[in-house]
Design a binder for this molecule. Structure first.
Ligand code: F6R
Length: 609
């Protein structure tokens, strides 16, 4: 959460900072600010609200300078107010932007108060500004002062620091939060992710844990946690600018929903070329995967639901045990661990703190091998895993995960079949069948997308409701969960999901004519059971909105509305059925006039507990 950007150049950096912050806004969007060195003074503009508001204020003040830092915030310590917005400044001479959480900020605050420092905000970040200031006073070395300051901090941070009398220096440091350096011609940048610098440069260095760096216009020096000068690899980013723009769409979520056929094709390209081979999971996978006897999946939110779906595939196709756990729960219990069970961490962003910590915890409990399924290259979770499968969904900017989810599903399906093949449960004919299923998937997803006008009509009826129930069974129960999550997070309609068979054990009491009940009812072996559950709802006056397959063999009747996705696509059916629930949530949110891409209280990348 929170995005930071910084630039040192021989041109006005304000447009670079503002443009970068707009691209980082998905990381937090409750307030924004920039600090720029202007004529020997640090000038700061901060505003509660979106970056655009801060941009207008900066323009009104005519802010312009060659060195600056910026921040877009998702509040943790202290409310959403201008004094709590970053950058934080100490004695008008040091300005700091920070992503992360400083755990010992209370102690540091007390110590700094005793030294005469006064605090203007409730943030943990202000502590960093004063600490750097304190050390800077000692010998006037900004880099050394920042190094001393961070050595006194516990917690997670990515920071950018400037000083009033160092117009040629931008200092940054990272521990536990992402930070990269963008290398330009006669100008250099820092940013939380590559989207923020891509208009200026594609050449980036991903800082490692504990790194500090000193940037001038012409030079970048990186030092590791042991204070040794190090050379970090320069990557040339292949992120396309078009992937960061809306194009003809109204929202990123809508764009990303419609990008799913391509995202899926790109993600399965290597599988279709090589078959279900261990090498898909990294160079170490052929040696490591065959020794494993079970799977433990750790994830949060939508990624957790991808994991729940995978449990069905892994147990039925690979024939091995698979547990799925919410990362924030797992990391705080005395978990039993089998060293030979593969830990699979699923994370779109690769930087979700709970998932990262759960992964570390799993390792500490004895799990030998970790695989991450991730959409962001070089992010923290894949770097902490021996094995990796990168989904190729492209940048996902809408806060609600859509194409990341369906590409996670195909990655997990690929894992299930690969493990099944290794264990002699998937023969050549079965493998060819699964490949065929994958090959046809993008087309079926496109077919489901074509249902948008019908789904939009339904969504208008949901918009006036305050609650909704989602039902599914077996492989499609996680899709019901995902449908409920999508609806609640972007339309703010309260929604819950149940396995349809559980209805009579309690939730049926909620059903009346005011409660729309969405049912995922594909033509699989559980269809007849689902139909009985639907009868239970109808008998209590509940109105049913059913997503069925073309071949599900049941028709509309009073109080039963049906939309048909393509013919049943077999085991990959959850991927196809994810599409209508995404579209339903999107259009219900539109009808209610919420901010679809930036729902209240949320942020895309959750780097706090
Ligand atoms: C919901 C959503 C979240 C994320 C969760 C995990 O639409 O996007 O529930 O799935 O915060 O994020 P990652 O996958 O980045 O670890």
């Amino acid at each position: 959460m929170c995005g930071i950007v910084g630039a040192i150049a021989s041109r006005n950096v304000v447009p670079v900072l503002v443009d970068g912050l707009k691209r980082l806004e998905y990381r937090g969007y409750d307030s924004a600010g920039i600090a720029v060195l202007v004529d020997g003074a640090i000038r700061r503009v901060r505003r509660v609200g979106r970056v655009a508001e801060m941009e207008n204020a900066a323009a009104a003040e005519g802010l312009s300078g060659f060195l600056g830092i910026g921040h877009t915030r998702w509040a943790t310590h202290g409310g959403v107010t201008e004094p709590n917005a970053h950058p934080h400044v100490s004695h008008d001479s040091i300005a700091v932007v920070h992503n992360g959480i400083i755990e010992n900020h209370e102690q540091q605050r007390e110590a700094l108060r005793a030294l005469g420092y006064r605090f203007e905000s409730q943030t943990d970040t202000e502590v960093i500004a004063h600490l750097v200031h304190y050390h800077y006073q000692q010998d006037g070395d900004l880099f050394a002062a920042t190094r001393r300051a961070v050595s006194e901090l516990t917690g997670a941070y990515a920071i950018g620091v400037i000083a009033i009398d160092r117009p040629q220096q931008l200092v940054c440091a990272r521990m536990g939060c992402p930070l990269l350096i963008g290398l330009g011609e006669g100008e250099n940048f820092i940013a939380s992710d590559v989207s923020a610098v891509i208009s200026a440069t594609r050449r980036v260095i991903f800082l490692e844990e504990g790194d500090l760096a000193l940037l001038t216009r012409d030079e970048v020096k990186v030092f590791d946690r042991d204070e040794r000068a190090v050379e970090r690899k320069i990557h040339v980013s292949d992120v396309s600018l078009a992937s960061l723009e809306l194009g003809p769409y109204s929202h990123f979520m809508q764009k990303e929903i419609h990008e799913q056929p391509k995202a899926l094709s790109d993600t399965i390209e290597a599988v279709l070329e090589d078959g279900f081979v261990a090498g898909l999971f990294g160079p170490n996978a052929p040696a490591l995967l065959p020794t494993l006897t079970g799977v433990k999946i750790l994830a949060c939110g939508t990624s957790y639901y991808a994991g729940l779906t995978a449990k069905y595939w892994i147990e039925s196709i690979a024939g091995i045990q698979c547990d799925v756990e919410i990362a924030s729960e797992y990391r705080y219990r005395e978990a039993w661990a089998d060293p030979d069970h593969l830990v699979v961490t699923i994370s779109q962003s690769g930087e979700t703190l709970d998932s990262m910590e759960a992964l570390k915890y799993a390792k500490s409990r004895g799990h030998k091998t970790a695989l991450s399924i991730c959409n962001v290259r070089e992010s923290a979770i894949p770097r902490a895993s021996e094995l990796v499968f990168y989904t190729r969904a492209g940048a996902e900017i809408g806060v609600a995960s859509t194409k990341a989810f369906t590409t996670q599903l195909v990655a997990l399906f690929t894992l299930a079949v690969t493990l099944g093949k290794m264990r002699g449960r998937v023969d050549a004919a079965a493998e060819a069948g699964y490949l065929d299923d994958l090959r046809h998937l993008p087309g079926s997803v496109q077919h489901a997308l074509n249902l948008e006008p019908q789904i939009k009509t339904w969504s208008e009826r949901f918009a006036s409701k305050s609650d909704a129930l989602f039902l599914g069974r077996g492989l499609h129960y996680p899709i019901a969960l995902e449908g409920a999550l999508k609806l609640k997070e972007i339309s703010y309609i309260h929604a819950e999901a149940y396995p349809a068979g559980e209805l009579k054990h309690g939730p049926l009491a909620l059903v009346d004519s005011d409660m729309p009940v969405v049912v995922i009812a594909p033509n699989d072996s559980l269809l007849e059971k689902v139909k009985s559950n639907m009868q239970e709802v109808r008998a209590r006056g509940g109105e049913l909105f059913v997503f069925a397959d073309l071949d599900s063999h049941f028709s509309e009747s009073d109080g039963v509305h049906v939309i048909r996705t393509p013919r049943h696509v077999g085991v990959l059916s959850p991927v196809v059925h994810a599409i209508p629930v995404q579209l339903l949530a999107y259009h219900a949110a539109l009808a209610r006039g919420t901010d679809v891409d930036k729902p209240r209280n949320l942020a895309k990348s959750v780097t706090v507990e």
